[in-house]
Write a protein that binds this ligand. Structure first.
Ligand code: JHZ
Ligand code: ZN
Length: 415
């Protein structure tokens, strides 16, 4: 258990089943926190670094990192991630809400709760439709932004205790959304137990999480950082929900964030073909065994070497290089590959909260996206590769002038 004063703890048992059979298959050494952007005042200071190692649980198949950094350090103070900066994500979220309003026949009597509601990017669609909502998010900046657009938000971490107190106030949800948060919580079981308490008997929890299969298959190793404690397979999720009297009844594949799952979880067991087929698929690929993960580390080392060699070759030919997307995954990429100011001059991002700050570790300065047209670097390393189509469209002018993008994964290539 994490004591509130501790900066981090090293877990010896599985986060989900508590078993002791966890085996490390990937080591990054000690890395800085991916979303802890530096201000100019921090530049002379040392940054906190924490071990980053990935392990597999032989008992329940969950892939997880072994270090838990205090969530207060990770999420509460000056958390720079605002969901609404991505039009693609807004569109994706809106489609999800409209589908649920339809499928579940939601109306003014219904209640929709979102865990990690960020800046209200999703719940605002229900507010627009006259449906009652409650957002819960521990990051004060995004939570305040949600309130400003009319999304009632509790600025808090979601725990089983909070679920209990909301239930005591008579709140039970028809729909609980939890997008890109299940992998972030240190108390995995407490979080799921909280969902079970807060859901109406006939309610549904709709949960999105990056899927471990594309992470491995497309070498998306940069999505590994301290905020992401778990990397889920359907096999591991199914066991986790059942432990709390919940059932994973339907699963959908989404392309967002390099390949994600949308899970439909209910307290009534009604497991559909999408789930049984996915479980069979994972068993046939061996995703429920450590063998599937054993050569990942070699694959990651190969990609890191290749990308570093490409950037060094371009640089030695006199090219100028910038990067796009001060993303958390960008921090893992630049810090594990070793991409510093000698290779990349600056990073651009649309999120104004990130401007004039510096990427953790390598301390690349962050500027607005206009800098690409002002400077016209020869190449732009696409750190936010998960939004490639959107960003290429948006940067048509930079490209028309001869600028080129470098995609780091699944294998480094120039486009
Ligand atoms: P993006 C985030 O990770 C945060 P990150 C978090 N850790 C998580 O779980 C995952 O998502 C799933 C910018 N951008 O979203 C915005 C543009 O500048 O891929 C972001 O700073 N222009 C909770 O940080 C960054 O790029 C654009 O057109 O790795 C993208 O970061 C678009 C689309 C984005 O995730
Ligand atoms: Zn386990």
């Amino acid at each position: 258990m994490l004591c509130l004063d501790a900066k981090s703890v090293t877990e010896r048992a599985c986060r989900s089943c508590g078993g002791s059979g966890i085996e490390t298959f990937l080591e990054f050494g000690e890395t800085p926190l991916a979303d802890r952007l530096l201000t100019s005042a921090d530049i002379g200071e040392l940054e906190p670094i924490f071990p980053l190692r990935v392990a597999f649980c032989k008992d329940c198949s969950l892939v997880q990192i072994t270090e838990t950094v205090n969530p207060q350090i990770l999420f509460a103070d000056a958390y720079p991630y605002y969901s609404s900066f991505s039009p693609a994500l807004l569109k994706h979220s809106r489609a999800n809400t409209l589908d649920l309003i339809n499928r579940r026949d939601l109306g003014p009597e219904s209640l929709v709760i979102e865990l990690a509601s960020n800046d209200g990017y999703l719940l605002k669609n229900y507010v627009e439709a006259g449906i009652r909502v409650l957002g819960i998010d521990p990051a004060d900046g995004p939570a305040a932004a949600a309130e400003r657009i009319g999304v009632p938000t509790r600025c808090a971490f979601f725990t089983s205790d909070l679920a209990e107190s909301l239930r005591a106030q008579g709140m039970r949800a028809d729909v609980i959304h939890a997008n890109n948060v299940l992998a972030h919580v240190a108390d995995t079981n407490g979080f799921v137990a909280g969902i079970a308490r807060l859901l109406k008997d006939e309610g549904v929890a709709v949960i999105e999480a990056p899927y471990v299969e594309p992470l491995i298959e497309h070498c998306e190793f940069d999505t590994i950082y301290h905020e992401h404690l778990c990397y889920f397979s359907v096999t591991a999720l199914d066991k986790l929900f059942r432990r709390h009297g919940l059932y994973l009844n339907e699963v959908k594949h989404l392309s967002i964030h390099g390949g994600s799952l949308r899970l439909y979880v209910e307290s009534r067991e009604n497991v559909g073909a999408t789930v049984t087929e996915q479980l069979a698929h994972e068993a046939s690929r061996g995703i429920d065994t450590i063998g599937y993960f054993r050569d990942f580390s070699t694959k990651v080392d190969g990609l890191k070497r290749e990308l570093s060699a490409l950037l060094r070759r371009l640089k030695s030919q006199g090219a100028t290089i910038a990067a796009y997307g001060a993303a958390a995954k960008g921090a893992t990429l630049i810090n594990t590959v070793g991409i510093g100011r000698d290779l990349v001059d600056f990073v651009v991002d649309r999120n104004v909260h990130k401007h004039d700050k510096y990427m953790p570790g390598q301390r690349l300065p962050i500027r607005s996206t206009e800098a690409l047209l002002e400077v016209q670097p020869d190449y732009v390393l696409l750190l936010a590769w998960n939004f490639v189509d959107e960003i290429l469209d948006q940067q048509a002018k930079y490209r028309a002038r001869g600028g080129k993008f470098i995609l780091p994964v699944p294998t480094p290539r120039i486009i």
